[in-house]
Structure formats: structure tokens, C-alpha cells
Write a protein that binds this ligand. Structure first.
Ligand SMILES: Nc1ncnc2c1ncn2[C@@H]1O[C@H](COP(=O)(O)OP(=O)(O)OP(=O)(O)O)[C@@H](O)[C@H]1O
Length: 337
């Protein structure tokens, strides 16, 4: 069983690596799938985005990365990378801007590493290529740096793996290679979208450990997307809980997990495997989430909420700021005096 560790390091408290404001994303036929999502990530901070399948986590990430599938659109909102003179507005950015920021300021790893590697090229070739084409390194320098990176991501026999093809490596090894490519140009922000979900529990813990180490050595900010609160507990300073396309609760991980304010977070906690890595088959919360585009008069969780009352469905529920960086979208939370 893996050892549990607190999320480290402590982030700087000022500055912004990523600012997302009132992001609204629509899918086919204009149905809204992500609703007015706002959050910030500070330099060096790791933020978990958690929620059930279909809650809008991946679309939020892909909107940030400019990688939305066809027919899916950002309808409103701002996505800003960095701040001050080097800030870049990403919503509506052109190809030139994306070429400047992808890999160098913003990088991502996803659930299925094999599909992001070319099966007919060696691992070394593919890491080298990123360093030569995007990083401007000469061939020999790129090779040296690739071997260093492979070692850094925990591939001990880097010289052998350099000459291997993707089909010769396990899922965990492929994810390490993808992480090496992601951090190779020292981005400010790494987005990991269910990057450990397909791996067995031991490898999952190793990869989370690796990402934590790279955060420190590369001074990375991290947006970690998962449906599993146990992963957030392990790796994140702060957590954003998503339900039905909205962020329904946010705050420092320890406080949210110890004292969840929103009934949806409370339900997620009841079915989470925190403290028990062997219990990986999650139970589910009874009922179905709203479909994209489904407009409800009030709280989107009300139809499944054991505490729902008339006031919950009377009008849209605003986010209530609770102090200490905490907020929840629930009419029943106590507003601080
Ligand atoms: N290309 C698409 N076309 C139509 N609907 C989509 C598309 N992509 C996502 N959706 C819908 O938008 C909603 C949000 O999807 P999203 O993939 O962001 O959820 P998620 O929280 O990441 O779920 P999962 O954990 O299963 O990946 C879902 O209802 C999904 O079916």
C-alpha cells in the first residue's frame, strides 16, 4: 500500500499562473456543458478539479488548452495565462499565440498516453523532437537532455528506453515519457487530466509522487483533474468541486475534505476511497446528474440532494464566499458575519 503524504510544496501566495473567469462552454446544438466557471491557480500551487463523470472537468481543461473537439465552443469568459506584462489571453487566441505558449508555458498529460505518441518512432526520437523543434536545441544537446529527462521521470534504464518504441513500454512508463515531454520546456502550468486513472494503484501512487517532485524541481503549477477525492487528498493544495457544469465548492483541500460545506461534496466524501487505496472501485451517488443544456430553476444538485427544500429550487444559487479561500454554491451554507 502506498504511503500517504501531505501535498507539497506550499505555493507562493501572490500572483497568478492561470486565471479563468466566467467560462461558459457549449456542446452540440448550443447546450451549455460548463457554466460560469471561475478559478485562479497561483505560481507553484496544485489545484484539484474533481467531480463525477460528465460534470465538465475535461471540457474546462480543454477550453483552457484550446483543444475543444469539433462542435464544442467557448461561449463566454476569459482564460488568462500569467499576469502583468507577460499575460496572455487564451480565449480566441490564434495559432501563433498557441504555438508560443503550448509546451513552453502550458503543458498537459491525459489518460491514454499511448495515443499521444507516434507508434512508429522511438521514445528518444519523440522527446528529442520536442527539444529540437520547440526548444531550439541542437541534435546532440537534445539527446543529452532527453536522457536526463527520462532519468528525472524515473526511467532508470534511460539509454535502453531511448531506443524503444511505445509498444514496448507499460502504461506507467508511457505516462512517464509523456510527463518528460510535458515538462521538457519548463512550462509554468501542467494540466493532468485523469492522467493516473487507467494505471494500477501502485503505479498511480508513483506517478503522483513523480508529479509532486517535478512541481518542486520545475516550480510548476498543477491543475489535476480527477473523479477521485483520494487523488486530490494526496496531491493538491486546493480543490474545486464540479457538478453539472458548475463549481459548487472550492477551498484548501484539507479544510474542504475535513468539513465539506456543499451536500454534493459531502456525498462525494461518502463514496471516496480516501485512506484506503485498495478500495478503488468507487461507490456511486444515487440519481443522475443533469444533462448538458438542462436548465433548472435553482440548484443543479437539488434533485439528488437529501437536504433540498423549496428555497433550493426557487432561483439560481450564487456562490457564497465563506472566508479563508472557501466558497460554496448552496443556500444552506452559513454566510460569515
Ligand atoms: N464533443 C462533445 N459533444 C457533445 N457533448 C459533449 C462533448 N464532450 C463532452 N460532452 C458532454 O459535456 C458534458 C461534460 O463532459 P466532460 O467530458 O467535460 O465531463 P468530465 O467531468 O470530464 O467527465 P469524465 O470524468 O467522464 O471525463 C458531458 O455531459 C458530456 O457528455
Amino acid at each position: 500500500m502506498a504511503t500517504r503524504r501531505p501535498a507539497v510544496p506550499q505555493p507562493e501566495t501572490t500572483g497568478s499562473t492561470l486565471g479563468v473567469t466566467d467560462l461558459r462552454v457549449s456542446v452540440a446544438h448550443g447546450q451549455t456543458a460548463v457554466r460560469d466557471v471561475s478559478f485562479d491557480i497561483a505560481p507553484g500551487e496544485s489545484v484539484g478539479l474533481v467531480g463525477e463523470s460528465g460534470s465538465g472537468k475535461t471540457l474546462t481543461c480543454r477550453a483552457v488548452l484550446g483543444l475543444l473537439p469539433g462542435g464544442v465552443r467557448v461561449e463566454a469568459g476569459r482564460v488568462e495565462l500569467g499576469e502583468g506584462p507577460t499575460a496572455v489571453e487564451l480565449t480566441g487566441a490564434g495559432r501563433r499565440t498557441w504555438n508560443q505558449v503550448r509546451g513552453t508555458r502550458l503543458a498537459a498529460v491525459f489518460q491514454d498516453p499511448a495515443s499521444y505518441l507516434n507508434p512508429s518512432l522511438t521514445i528518444g526520437h519523440q522527446v528529442d523532437e520536442q527539444l529540437r523543434v520547440r526548444g531550439g536545441l541542437a541534435r546532440a544537446e537534445a539527446r543529452t537532455r532527453t536522457l536526463e529527462l527520462l532519468l528525472e521521470v524515473g526511467i532508470h534504464d534511460a539509454a535502453t528506453v531511448y531506443h524503444q518504441y511505445p509498444f514496448q513500454l507499460s502504461g506507467g512508463m508511457l505516462q512517464r515519457v509523456l510527463i518528460a515531454i510535458a515538462v521538457s520546456l519548463n512550462p509554468d502550468l501542467l494540466i493532468a487530466d485523469e492522467a493516473t486513472t487507467a494505471l494500477d494503484t501502485v503505479v498511480q501512487a508513483e506517478i503522483l509522487d513523480l508529479v509532486g517532485r517535478l512541481r518542486r524541481s520545475h516550480r510548476l503549477s498543477l491543475l489535476l483533474v480527477t473523479h477521485d477525492l483520494a487523488v486530490v487528498a494526496e496531491s493538491c493544495d486546493r480543490v474545486l468541486v464540479m457538478y453539472g457544469g458548475e463549481i459548487v465548492e472550492s477551498g484548501p483541500t484539507e479544510q474542504v475534505l475535513n468539513d465539506p460545506q456543499h451536500p454534493y461534496t459531502q456525498a462525494l466524501m461518502r463514496v471516496a476511497s480516501i485512506g484506503d487505496w485498495s478500495r478503488r472501485t468507487l461507490e456511486t451517488i444515487a440519481g443522475q446528474p443533469p444533462a448538458p443544456g438542462e436548465e433548472l430553476p435553482g440548484c443543479r444538485f437539488a434533485p439528488r440532494c437529501p437536504l433540498a427544500a423549496a428555497e433550493c429550487t426557487a432561483a439560481p444559487v450564487p456562490v457564497v464566499e465563506l472566508g479563508d479561500q472557501r466558497a460554496a454554491r448552496c443556500v444552506k451554507v452559513a454566510v460569515p458575519a
